[in-house]
Ligand binder design. Structure first.
Ligand code: TYC
Length: 98
């Protein structure tokens, strides 16, 4: 019977939300230990993983810390950049849509 409900069969009614990579950039001044601390503190990595990601950024120029919703990625970028500034390091964190 017609109860006003329209069933959509041709395409999904909503698109899945975009996902965002949070990326760390290399620089010549931020101490390696500080970068490892950041990766453990803000991205939940253990020390071995944090060391591997830090070295990948150091040798390749940038590296992915994680993939998140826009809101969470924005929060991580703000927190990391603020934390680096508080400690007077030039470390930079960015986000890019996947
Ligand atoms: N290149 C820095 C050094 O030699 C270490 C470093 C690694 C800095 C990763 C930033 O995102 C970074 N002390």
């Amino acid at each position: 019977q017609d109860d006003g409900v329209v069933l959509e069969t041709e395409r999904p009614a909503v698109k899945p939300p975009k996902r965002y990579q949070v990326v760390l950039l290399n620089d010549d001044f931020t101490p390696m230990d500080f970068v490892v601390d950041v990766l453990m503190r803000f991205f939940g990595m253990d020390e071995a993983k944090a060391n591997a990601v830090m070295l990948a950024v150091h040798t390749q120029g940038k590296g992915v810390c994680g993939v998140y919703s826009r809101e969470v990625a924005e929060m991580k970028v703000m927190q990391v950049n603020q934390y680096a500034r508080e400690h007077q390091h030039p470390l930079q964190c960015e986000m890019e849509v996947v």
